[in-house]
Design a protein around this ligand. Structure first.
Ligand code: GLU
Length: 373
């Protein structure tokens, strides 16, 4: 199974605050350099790297004279605001030293739940990856209200992994994996190298929600592993303390704990696009477009559209029809009103016809399209 990790193309790395900062909140430059160097080298080897980084709130504390996290929400958000800048500044500098460009993405829970936001996030991430940029993602702690937050970056990283259909999610933590018992209190605890199926027992081992290893700890990580593996993505928990964890994981070495992807996962996700949502309308495409979609894995462009039926908004699910038969379903980037105006047009005409500045080339992007015929 570890062998598969060598082949992984799209890799998400999540790094926690303690793996990035000193206890006083200031950036641990040594650790950050080691992290960035490994990510750059994997990117140089041809992998598509995405970083989910915590540390904003902690990094903002010293500049504002705080010695610990303030209880006041606005002050905490102020710390995140200052700290996110500090963090990005350092990342930009270090990645640039190795010749890589980074792009910051700050998300709130709404961005991962609301269809139009979700699609937008997905499109932006896909564009950044296509441009060879390394996205650096964090929750938008500055505006996210506590009750509506994703809350922890382990969950955020699995969400992003699902959105971009990553091959593997690597969570770098202050512990080097899942142990048979809490290693802090039980000297007989041993590291579990592989979890092929997550069961109640796995959760029990992780300590339960109420334990000191609860929220944000191992229990959360198991829930996150469940999410990732159910989406067809391998997940690894490995040590953020060691200076070559990423390299070793990507070479298939037996470090950390591997949660094995569920084979059915990907089809479950496609199932969601295809059957999980109410159909809002349909798009009929011409023969050339049908061939491109079925035989060449292409996206649907306005030029290939001959008919638009129903009333829908960006992010809705539509049926794709060819010669009177439904061949696919997908999430659409344009409303039915706009599609009626741009159908049959070349991509470069979209902005002029709709009288807007920014447009999507694709009416339905390949990544949001499921062939069902
Ligand atoms: N978004 C938080 C930060 O950057 C971290 C959340 C987490 O640690 O999971 O400070």
């Amino acid at each position: 199974m570890r062998e598969e990790l060598r082949q992984a193309k799209r890799v998400i790395v999540k790094v926690g605050t303690s793996s990035l900062t000193h206890a006083n909140g200031r950036i641990n430059i040594d650790k950050m350099e080691v992290l960035v160097r490994q990510i750059c080298n994997l990117a140089n080897a041809g992998k598509e790297m995405i970083l989910v980084s915590s540390g904003a709130t902690a990094a903002g504390l010293p500049s504002l004279g705080f010695t610990s996290r303030p209880d006041d929400i606005a002050l905490k958000q102020a710390a995140a605001s200052v700290g996110q800048g500090i963090l990005l500044h350092m990342y930009e500098k270090l990645f640039a030293e190795y010749g890589h460009t980074v792009g910051q993405i700050l998300v709130t829970r709404e961005d991962t739940v609301k269809r139009s936001h979700y699609l937008n996030l997905r499109n932006t991430l896909t564009a950044l990856i296509g441009l060879g940029v390394i996205p650096i993602i964090n929750e938008n702690d500055v505006v996210a209200i506590e009750e509506y937050k994703i809350g922890d970056n382990d969950t955020l990283s699995a969400t992003v992994a699902g959105i971009v259909e990553a091959d593997v999610l690597i969570i770098l933590s202050d512990i080097d994996g899942l142990y048979t018992a809490n290693p802090a209190t039980d000297s007989t605890a041993t590291l579990i190298h592989e979890v092929s199926v997550i069961t109640d027992e796995t959760y029990k081992i992780a300590g339960g929600a109420g334990s000191s290893m609860g929220t944000g700890g191992m229990y959360t990580k198991i829930k996150v592993a469940h999410m990732a593996t159910n989406s067809g993505i391998h997940m690894i928990i490995a040590s953020g303390e060691s200076d070559n964890s990423l390299r070793k994981v990507c070479k298939g070495e037996n470090i950390g704990t591997l949660f094995v992807a569920n084979d059915q996962g990907v089809s479950q996700k496609h199932h969601w696009v295809a059957y999980g949502k109410r159909l809002s309308g349909s798009i009929t495409i011409d023969e050339g477009c049908t061939k491109a979609v079925l035989n060449h894995g292409a996206s649907i462009l306005p030029a290939g559209i001959i008919e638009v039926d129903g009333s829908f908004e960006p992010g809705d699910t539509v049926s794709i029809i060819a010669k009177g038969k439904e061949i696919a379903r997908g999430l659409v980037n344009y409303s039915s009103t706009d599609l009626l105006k741009i159908k049959g047009h070349n991509t470069q005409d979209i902005a002029r016809v709709l009288e807007i500045d920014t447009t999507y080339d694709e009416v339905v992007h390949r990544n949001n399209l499921v062939i069902i015929h």
